[in-house]
Design a protein around this ligand. Sequence first.
Ligand code: NAI
Length: 340
Amino acid sequence: SARVLAQTWKAVSESAAEFSTRAGKERKVAVLGAAGGIGQPLSLLMKMNPQVSQLSLYDVAGTRGVGADVSHINSRAQAKGFEGPDQLADALKGCDLVIIPAGVPRKPGMTRDDLFKINAGIVKGLVEACGKHCPGAILNIISNPVNSTVPIAAEALRKMGVYDKRKLMGVTTLDVVRAKTFYAEKLGLDVSQVDVPVVGGHAGITILPLFSQATPTMPSSTPADVIDALTKRTQDGGTEVVEAKAGKGSATLSMAYAAALFADACLRGMNGATATECTYVESEVTDLPFFATKVKLGTEGVETIHPIGSMSDYEKEAFAAMKPELAASIEKGFKFVREN
Ligand code: NAI
């Protein structure tokens, strides 16, 4: 997908025939939480995506400035800031894709689940606004804990009678981005040639990188402790950044990059090209109602959900170990919507 992004941006200047057909489609995208640590660089990256024709930058505060700033960039998208709940409807009307990084990030010592109390309500409120003002849009949920906020979004939309499971996705791309970087570093590979599927969820042990399915293939001589270290570093990548930032938030720049890759894939799918990414969706791949695996994105969102594929014994154990935690996080999301 890094190659795809590079190709996309090359097309900004080169405008290949097929590309200009796709780029020619009108696509309105909104970023909710656009003034935040993720929101600002993500707004920049979406402004640079030639598939976007209109870009709504919404937040409770600070988006007049971000909107004015981003709007001066020389690219196709018309960018505009929307500030406060009174302007949310206008931000969302006609949207094809809504990306949601609104909410509080972790501080050192916090788990993603510690964010639940604040972010659950924020996500529910914003998703309900999407259900009302742009019911056909694809939603990319970034706000943590993703393992619970996606089930919250699903239930909130279901209650409104507008839920389409093909159009709701939890963004787990950063886990893939990290797994690829760490794998490439460890094996001395060119990261642009590397792929590592990451399945499960997006918190601690629920993040399961499948190095046994990596491209290029992992040498069979790779010691177990190397695989274990790569797995743990992928699972703890977020905490590595939270600790390094020492109270000033969590991953924002790498997350904006990851979210822009995923959003680009959603737009390509919507515009009739093929795109396959790992993402956390309603799924029948396991006995859990939500699970991240590779998914083919098409004109209506999720087109095909790929199975997990073959796992090593190490990965099978990790898969069994994560299931109770992921099940509990999903149930916590369902319960929140039942009670609120
Ligand atoms: P931040 O605090 O810098 O920005 C969040 C923004 O959301 C703020 O500008 C805030 O005003 C806005 N906001 C709060 N309530 C809102 C509402 N009701 N409507 C619209 N905007 C609202 O936080 P940051 O670093 O940008 O992180 C955002 C979220 O993304 C956090 O929940 C964080 O845990 C999550 N995250 C997810 C990752 C993933 O891989 N899915 C990776 C990194 C962070």
